[in-house]
Design a protein around this ligand. Structure first.
Ligand SMILES: C[S@@+](CC[C@H](N)C(=O)[O-])C[C@H]1O[C@@H](n2cnc3c(N)ncnc32)[C@H](O)[C@@H]1O
Length: 256
């Protein structure tokens, strides 16, 4: 058993080591996941011109770069990892709009203004939280009334299944939630949390969000002949969704 602060510390140390493995990124399109429909198709964020946007778990900064190029008015990126933020700083040094990078766990969102953002986004980062309800409340508080929150994460069912001898097999229970310390994830020790789809949905509802759309669709390129044994593969994606995307918003209390 590790306390929340201990899990955050383990993951911070881990992300500082593995960060360079995640420095590559595309700013020409906003991708929600390897086999997920892109923002170009979903249009969940709408026109970004002049928008004030918070990215939770901004990593190496390529999504911030995409949003700056798309005309965002002000950007905040929060991440646990010093190494990831160093990359985000370099990647975004070319822009003239205010870009604030904050080193903080998303469970705290230290120094992030409240009732300030038009949009909050989190791509493949939210599931790293050690406290989902605290994190969702922080994001809710940061948004202006009417503000939109979109996140993507590995689909909770995808996380449970792996290929063994040509078959997809469950390697753990779906119904038992919790966390596990992996000793050699990409060479480091890291703590991963397992949550059901309903936990994300109910977490959003409990934090006060209104859910607009849940996406489990896949987009598999015809020429993808990837190795089925890989963690993300077309073969696996034909059976279950690798990615989960949820669009929600903070109610506009002034209306209705
Ligand atoms: C898979 S990367 C995704 C980064 C970026 N959103 C992207 O799409 O490239 C996950 C990021 O979450 C960050 N992270 C992990 N746990 C976190 C936490 N508790 N609070 C804030 N950031 C966290 C990691 O440092 C890492 O940069």
């Amino acid at each position: 058993m590790f306390k929340e602060e201990e899990r955050i510390k383990i993951n911070k140390d881990a992300w500082n080591i593995v960060a360079p493995q995640f420095f590559e990124g595309s700013f020409t399109n906003l991708e929600y996941g390897m086999y997920a429909p892109s923002e170009e198709e979903l249009n969940f964020l709408g026109d970004l011109k002049g928008k004030v946007i918070l990215e939770v778990g901004c990593g190496s900064g390529h999504t911030l770069e995409y949003m700056a190029r798309a005309g965002a008015g002000e950007l905040f990126g929060v991440d646990l990892s010093t190494a990831q933020l160093e990359s985000a700083k370099k990647v975004n040094s070319q822009f003239n709009i205010p870009i604030t990078l904050i080193e903080s766990p998303m469970e705290e969102l230290k120094g992030v203004p409240r009732n300030y953002f038009d949009i909050a986004i989190s791509i493949y980062a939210l599931g790293w939280t050690v406290n989902l309800s605290k994190t969702l409340s922080n994001i809710f508080d940061a948004l202006k009334p009417g503000g939109v929150f979109v996140f993507s994460w590995e689909h909770p069912v995808h996380s449970l299944l792996e290929y063994r001898d040509g078959k997809l097999v469950f390697k753990r229970s779906y119904v038992e939630e919790g966390y596990e310390k992996h000793e050699s994830w990409r060479t480091v020790s890291i703590v991963m949390h397992y949550r059901k789809l309903s936990t994300y949905i109910n977490g959003l509802i409990k934090a006060g969000f209104i859910i607009d759309q849940v996406v489990e669709e896949t987009r598999i390129p015809e020429n993808d002949t990837g190795e089925p044994n890989q963690w993300y593969s077309a073969e696996k994606a034909r059976t279950l969704p690798p990615d989960l995307i949820i669009k929600s918003h903070k109610p506009d209390f002034n209306i209705g």
